[in-house]
Design a protein around this ligand. Structure first.
Ligand code: ADP
Ligand code: MG
Length: 706
């Protein structure tokens, strides 16, 4: 259970003074962490909300000396209020000091409020940006108005925070101060030697320093405050993964080694031979399965590198030895696709293969469940529907999880429990299509062994990637028309509209209608996230068969979609996509033996990072290189498009900047868990607090004793 000392931090933001239900939604949007009911902001979430800039309010010139455009703190005498004659005019408050007059300007102002704030005849300290309008010095909406005796509290350096529409710096500032006051002094969980070497302060003091920058340098990721807090977070991450790893390996595995008979039949049915990296990945997997410990392995390979066949052969290995094997995909489309590609091999091997998704219902579902329960169906492909309560296996020994970044450690944990006899753990093979940079590997999959598919199957043609401004849309449409005439098939990816599935859909629907008008209605199909599974399938099937020539899609265009005949992809507003996403999307083409073209359409103005992303896409198809560049660019700040990536999101740590700390944290965590695997020592107990602080509750639950 979460220690009492952390309770105030896990209360909703509404527990802070001045935050009611109306403001709550703004805080949810700004700092909320994902929950089943949407983003929710807790007090702790505010602590991690870092300043992005500073305002120096120590500049206290006289009115006549205050340079235009500067932020100044002025002590003035309030003369009179000039109320507007009509609501479009601003409300003015005329003030002066001994050097000159200044007008305070307020739009949509409430007079009563201003008369209280700035009573005529009294002095006030105002702070804000100095403007000049028709020779008149003025200040529009001063950031602060206080009494002269409060000057000292105002004339300081003020942190500036990222905001959201509707939330003022004042309200946020107050909430932050409240949150910082609530932050308890926590028992130190870091190694004293490390603290000393790095010169780090205790947690609470560090947090306060994070929120009290005095120079621009204090905003950098390299400050001691930022590094300490980043280290805490990375250590929590590494400990959690270490605990998962230990837990997964606690149950003994079983030795699985088939006689090769089914694999031989399946291989004989393949129209190709395995690549070198497919063979060596398979050798890794077979060795793991044969060992008496459990397999927990990640099979990493770019889109189209041929992971499915490797997974299928591993499954057959289990079946040869008399056990069952399951493959779980993140979406229904993908499950169906995997089923389709595995079915011929299962058939060649003479093995019964079932498909189980949320759509199999009633009698059909009962039959599938019966086959799994009595063992007459040794192989099954499905979605998470596979691991619902009522699905029983007779003797499941291997689960392949096609992760594609959509499951997380939690789901992996859920699976770990599904051993058939309750005494031995099943072997787990996770496959992922996004090549992951080395550092990220460590914090996303630090609990797993890794095999990589580094070569593409032979005979693939390189993809010609072009980057063009959206103004050339007409040329692109004309080019597509010519390709259609020559028999080509095209993916047309519509822009990602930020934060709105509805506008995504609108954009895609509109483009679909445009293109249908242009190319002929029978030629163009549309898939999007709001379609029912069966509708989506029908469209996909028509595209796969070649009946539809253009498939217009929002990004729901599933990452595993395999239509080798499609040779062209157009991506609108490519600048809005992250690198990983662009790479995934582009992986849909270049799968057959014909040359393919990818057209990335962008809108001006193109930010520096977006430009860099597009040119990397033009330069290379190497997923591992793209992944490294992605991390480098994201370190630079522009985060759009990475949210959905499913990689761990850190609150304070930035992997591009804190890579050294990650390695330290890994070593630290290993040492700790070797000596104190259940975190029962004094430091162990403190580290539990750290795990709760970063919401690694699931990992704490794996500990054997309280
Ligand atoms: P991934 O799951 O890694 O994206 P797939 O397993 O779907 O890739 O394979 C992509 C395509 O490559 C499939 O059509 C598959 O039949 C083909 N393929 C797989 N391995 C080979 C190989 N060794 N030689 C030729 N083609 C292959
Ligand atoms: Mg084993």
């Amino acid at each position: 259970m979460r220690p009492d000392i952390l309770f105030p931090l896990f209360a909703p933001v509404t527990s802070l003074p001045g935050i009611g239900p109306r403001l709550r939604s703004l805080f949810d949007r700004l700092v909320g962490s994902e929950t089943d009911a949407g983003p929710r902001a807790k007090v702790a979430d505010l602590l991690w909300h870092r300043p992005s800039g500073l305002i120096d309010r120590r500049f206290t010139p006289k009115v006549a000396e205050a340079p235009e455009g500067s932020i100044a703190t002025l002590t003035v005498h309030v003369d009179r209020h000039l109320k507007p004659h009509n609501p479009r005019q601003p409300y003015r408050v005329l003030c002066h000091d001994e050097t000159g007059a200044i007008h305070l300007v307020f739009f949509h102002a409430k007079g009563d409020y201003l008369e209280k704030l700035l009573p005529a005849g009294e002095s006030r300290v105002i702070s804000g940006r100095v403007e000049r309008f028709r020779d008149q010095v003025q200040m529009t909406h001063p950031d602060h108005v206080v009494r002269p005796e409060e000057l000292a509290s105002l004339a300081t350096i003020e942190p500036v925070y990222p905001l959201t529409t509707g939330l003022t710096p004042k309200v946020l500032g107050k909430a932050l101060r409240g949150a910082l006051e609530r932050a308890p002094s926590l028992p130190e969980w870091l190694d004293p030697a490390l603290l000393k070497r790095e010169g780090w302060s205790p947690w609470r003091a560090t947090l306060q320093a994070l929120h009290a920058p005095t120079t621009e340098d204090d905003l950098l990721p390299t400050t001691q405050a930022r590094r300490r807090l980043a280290y805490d977070e990375l250590l929590a991450n590494q400990l959690a993964l270490g605990l998962v790893r230990a837990h997964q390996r606690r149950l003994p595995g079983r030795r699985l080694a088939g006689d090769g008979s089914l694999r031989a039949k399946a291989k004989a049915a393949l129209p190709y031979t395995l690549t070198g990296s497919q063979s060596s990945a398979l050798a890794d997997i077979e060795a793991d399965m044969a060992a008496d410990s459990r397999m927990v392995r990640l099979l990493q390979g770019d889109v189209g590198s041929g992971k499915t066949i490797v997974a299928c052969l591993a499954m057959l290995n289990a079946v040869e030895d008399g056990f069952q094997a399951a493959l779980m995909a993140p979406t229904e489309i993908l499950a169906r696709q995997h089923h389709k590609s595995i079915a011929p091999l299962a058939e060649a091997a003479g093995v019964r293969l079932a498909l189980l998704t949320g759509r199999e219902k009633g009698k059909a579902r009962d039959e599938i469940l019966a086959g799994l329960a009595d063992g007459t169906t040794p192989m099954v492909v499905g979605t998470h529907a596979l691991f619902q309560e009522d699905v029983e296996f007779s003797n499941l020994a291997l689960a392949v999880i096609d992760e594609q970044h959509r499951f997380g450690v939690h789901q992996r944990l859920g699976l770990a429990a599904k051993g058939a006899d309750g005494r031995t753990g099943i072997d787990i093979l996770v496959t992922t299509a996004t090549p992951i940079p080395r550092t990220l590997m460590l914090c996303a999959y630090g609990d797993m062994d890794v095999s990589k598919l580094t070569e593409k199957p032979p005979g693939r043609q390189p993809i010609d990637t072009r980057v063009m401004p959206l103004e050339r849309l007409d040329d692109v449409v004309a080019g597509v028309q010519r390709q259609i005439d020559r028999g080509a098939q095209i993916f047309w990816v519509c822009p990602l509209v930020e934060e709105s599935e509805v506008s995504d859909l609108a954009a895609a629907t509109e483009r679909g209608a445009d293109l249908a008008a242009r190319f002929g209605a029978g030629m163009v199909g549309l898939v999007h996230g709001r379609q029912k599974g069966s509708e989506k399938d029908a469209v996909m099937a028509r595209f796969t068969s070649g009946d539809l020539r253009v498939l217009v899609a929002t990004t729901v265009i599933e990452v595993g979609v395999d239509v080798p005949a499609a040779t062209i992809m157009v991506i609108e507003h490519a600048e809005r996509f992250g690198l990983a996403q662009l790479h995934q999307l582009r992986g849909r083409i270049g799968r057959g033996d014909k040359p393919s073209t990818c057209i990335l359409l962008y809108a001006e103005p193109l930010g520096e990072t977006a430009r860099a992303r597009l040119s990397i896409m033009r330069e290379t198809e190497d997923g591992f290189r793209i992944a490294e560049e992605d991390l480098r660019l994201r370190g630079a700040g522009e985060l759009l498009g990475t949210r959905q990536s499913g990689l761990p999101e850190f609150r304070v740590a930035n992997l591009a900047e804190h890579g050294d700390l990650l390695h330290l944290a890994r070593d630290d965590s290993r040492r700790v868990l070797d000596e104190d695997p259940d975190l029962t020592s004094e430091r162990g107990q403190r580290l539990r607090t750290l795990l709760y602080l970063f919401e690694r509750d699931a990992a704490v639950r794996l500990l054997r004793s309280g």
